[in-house]
Design a protein around this ligand. Sequence first.
Ligand code: TXA
Ligand code: MG
Length: 320
Amino acid sequence: MKDTEAIRQAAETIWQGGIVAFPTETVYGLGADAYNPLAVARIFEVKRRPYFDPLIVHIAYPAYLKKLVKEIPSSAKKLTERLWPGPLTVVLLKEENIPDIVTAGLPSVAVRMPDHPMALSLIEESKCPIAAPSANPFGYLSPTTAEHVREQLGDQVDLILDGGPCPVGVESSIVSFLENKPRLLRPGGVSLEGIESIIGKVESSPINDKPSAPGMFPRHYAPRTPIVIDWNEKNRDLYKNRNIGLLAFQEPKSNLKFHFVEVLSKKGDMREAAANLFSAIRRLDALNLDLIVAEPIPEIGLGRAIMDRLRRATSSREQN
Ligand code: TXA
Ligand code: MG
């Protein structure tokens, strides 16, 4: 089927209250008409997502933002003008007509304009903003290919638009404008440095705080296989006869004694590493290893989002 025909069908599905998985530049989303509470409820059911975790509303034009929110502070205006379309989500006070199920009853709404031709055409043709979380079961890694979505949610969604692998590979950066100073709620596809170069100092919440974006549970991007970041070769004896995989940032110097190695970027390029992150973890997770060792990555630029996702993947299994 040609893309234009697939998008038309997808838009019709959204229009009729269905749910559609679609590509964005960050990860695949699972979308519904943001103004249709029943359709949005199905997203929560399919994902098994708790209703207290609000969704992002996706729009196709920057100017649509003012229909969704009460007011747009100048710093939010500046940031969206510079970074939309792109991996930036802004949190602002919502207009009353946005259904509570979308915002989990909060007085605020998260909005973003994705930088992906299929996502933008889908929103335009659906003639409504699209509420969408990442298209994965709650608590698991976000999908960065249509195949990932098919494997985990395939028979439960009405349609999957295939736009190939997502070029950014980690979710959007979320910035809240509800306090005096803007606050980074989730590091993501645009770097903190990039954001601060446009609007100046931004507060950021450390990872172990209580969740600041309601969905920012410590253990949120978790594969089935235990994963550690601070590997010490002294642990080696504990794992005698066990299969350990390595998630390496760059080509490892010598091929250490790992059962399998995934390299995120041979040349050590942070963008390439982010784009490969979730697929690489999924491939390791499919090998039935006893442990995945993840190499730490410098926490600058996109490295901050990558390390945030890795830390969440390592958090203890007792947390959800
Ligand atoms: O890149 C992305 O942002 C992807 C693509 C599909 O756009 N979407 C995504 O959605 O990652 P999701 O639902 O997996 O993550 C959205 C995050 C959650 O942590 C949620 O709690 C937070 O956004 N959020 C949504 N509305 C909020 C609000 N009003 N205030 C604070 N956080 C909010
Ligand atoms: Mg998600």
